[in-house]
Design a protein around this ligand. Sequence first.
Ligand code: TRP
Ligand code: ZN
Length: 907
Amino acid sequence: MRDAQARTIFLKDYTAPAFLIEKTELHFDLEETQARVSSRLLIGRNPELAGNDQDTLQLDGQDMVLESLRIDGTELTSDDYEIADESLTIRALSSFASQSLDEGFVLECVTLIKPQENTSLEGLYKSRTMFCTQCEAEGFRKITYYLDRPDVMSVFTTTIVADKQRYPVLLSNGNDIARGDLDNDRHWVSWEDPFRKPCYLFALVAGDLRHIEDTFTTCTQRDISLRIFVEEKDLDKCDHAMASLKHAMRWDEEVYGREYDLDIFMIVAVDDFNMGAMENKGLNIFNTSCVLANPATTTDLAFQRVESVVAHEYFHNWSGNRVTCRDWFQLSLKEGFTVFRDAEFSADMGSRSVKRVENVSFLRTAQFAEDAGPMAHPVRPDSYMEISNFYTLTIYEKGAEVVRMIRELLGPENFRAGSDLYFERHDGQAVTTEDFVCAMEDASGMNLTQFRRWYTQAGTPQLKISDNYDASAQTYELLVRQSCPPTPDQSHKEPLHIPLRMGLLDADGNELPLVLDGDQGALATAPTERVLEVTREVQSFVFKGIRSKPVPSLLRGFSAPVKLYFDCSRDDLLFIMTRDSDGFNRWSAAQDLAVAVIQEMLTQQQAGEQPQIDVRLINAVGDVLRSAVDDARGAGELDQAMLAQLLSLPSEAYLGELSDEIDVDGIHVVREMLADTLAATHTETFAELYALCQSDAPYSPDALSIARRALKNCCLAYLVRTQEPGWLEVCAGQFTDAGNMTDVDAALRLLINSRAPEAEPLRAQALADFYQRWQHESLVVNQWFSVQAIASRPGTLQQVKALMTHEAFDIRNPNKVRALISAFCNMNAVNFHDLSGEGYTFLADQVIILNRLNPQIAARLLTPLTRWKRYNPARQHLMKAQLERVQADPELSKDVYEVVSKSLKSS
Ligand code: TRP
Ligand code: ZN
């Protein structure tokens, strides 16, 4: 490994910083081959640290050349400090300072860096024609020597100097306070951010940018200037992000009482970015894919993603910036809370139950897989080698579920009180998840002692529930057993505090009043929905006054991120699917039914038998379809987005995640068989519904129109499955004539995946036309890469390899890597897991290349190989061999080293 040995960092070793940085003044001289960074830091001993007599200062810094170093005006010589790969150490500090270290001293440092050669997209780098920064988590140390840790908070002033023609726009955090021209066509701008912040929230942008502008008037009547900066060609794709931003600002005032604090809020779109976006104070930097949108180039899904990411980054201004993390083990403090906030925002902007369905599908597929794999870790990890590897679904999505459970337990009013207390108590501080939980406890009076285990225990808990109806006593018992499988470094698990939201339905579908044995209240006034608090390993809940055996509706709204096992008959699932009052559980029952049918088919197929399809599922789909048709003809009251979800079969990935050993091909075959049968059985109804969902209205990304398009394209997908040439033509017609990218993209995907012989020429033509039409829109070209990468047809890997040599592909651009390579490895199971092992070799090849260029992306790309234990011995062997080949690279980055070594550990 390049970095000698990867060191593990432990939470238990945390100590407060010995020095603090009061003020940070930065001066950037941006040139075409290098950048000169001059910093002037006002540093002092941390007064909060008892008996602090520290006389050695160690600053973080890497990949830079030190030009000069001064303390209180005196130049230090190379004998006065030590430079290592990742640090600069000054011993006998007090001998250089003009007063006591408690009073403080000024450290001035000049370094040279090369943004043009920085392909890691961390620190200061160049994306196309602009300079930009990405400092979270530990990128600031690639810009200048500093105390690069979030509990060191400082007031920043930044001056940027650059060529005026190439970089007319110079941005940093806060307010722009001065500007001027210099010789040689250069100019400068100074920015001051009045709020103390950790350096990971620092940002700088320099480029030839245009912007759109708007204003937002806050709840206290302050006018905020809002600006979105993009390259000129993208000016026509900013309106949706601006509208989303204003909605988010209003929502945070109304729902959380949070007002924006600076006078200006800026967003910049950059094309080369490792993640979705970054919440730098007052200057959010976005991946173009998460900010640009217009109807011609952008699908509904991408419109919704823009809305939620804009909101997410904006919400960080309070949950992340005003109150930040003490150390990176607390990452979920800001990410889990902020994901929860943005999910609720999206739910309020669109369909609440569909948002929950989408969220839960994602969690149960991807996060559950992470929890069952070699990188499993708690929401608050105990250790890491490379923090970039811990921006995970567990930190983000499970972290959001933990916050949601707190709200389930406290109720909405107490939760809001807890949130208010948290922000008030910790404003301006760097704190821990423990501080968050304490605020919730203090505001509500609730005891969350046992609940805290959600932060420290990894793995997905299992709830096994059985029931027992006693007709003579008129009682109904739910017997709940909880357990949690072992995860790396955690063999034993303690019971968790789990909110189980539930209701009981009688035979007519009425919700029964819920009175537990031992309750005081009368039946007449009892609630029909409750949140049971499961705290013990085995726990019994007995309901009184139940006159006949009810059907339980369990884990409503997915009130806890657990795997629920309840032996529910298929008839009862059908009953819940049509009668439950909880929209999420109606969908969940439909999924469970489809899963049961597919699993049964899979067992038959594995035994060499012809899979049989339970006719109840086929009929249930027919019923949903008919109600959708009635609705579309008449009142239009049903949630069409929910109907589209109800008509979609569980994904191959989810079916895989439910298996002990994933039968990639078997799952694909039986799922296709089922979908084809549904299509053949209900062709006419799908056709009718498809026609009813057509609209001449101009495109609008509002929730109703999105729902209608989703339902329409869901119908088209089934219709194309019939392989009738007529439907292929309709599909090809939609591809050519549709006026919006959602319908074009849906049709293209169907043409590409159709197995009808007639599809072949249509497919080739469509792909050629599409590229011809959109070759100058980078994000659309990425979509073009993706649709080809996920085709389940044989020969797709060859196609992917060919596309890697296409003029539009660039392995240094993460969006391209995700569109082509990640899409193939994560969303094309049958081809990636081809028994030749070529998919695995391909992935390892790309990881080895990217390891040198962009370690963060390389490590992320490895994920599908790390799941090797879930497959049959032949595949395990092939996958492991490729992990070992990656491991043998002598120049592994910390990022890849951590993932590969943990994946191969104890094997
Ligand atoms: N904090 C960012 C968010 O909103 C995450 C992020 C953006 C990030 N860029 C990054 C994390 C680069 C690590 C590395 O979720
Ligand atoms: Zn975030």
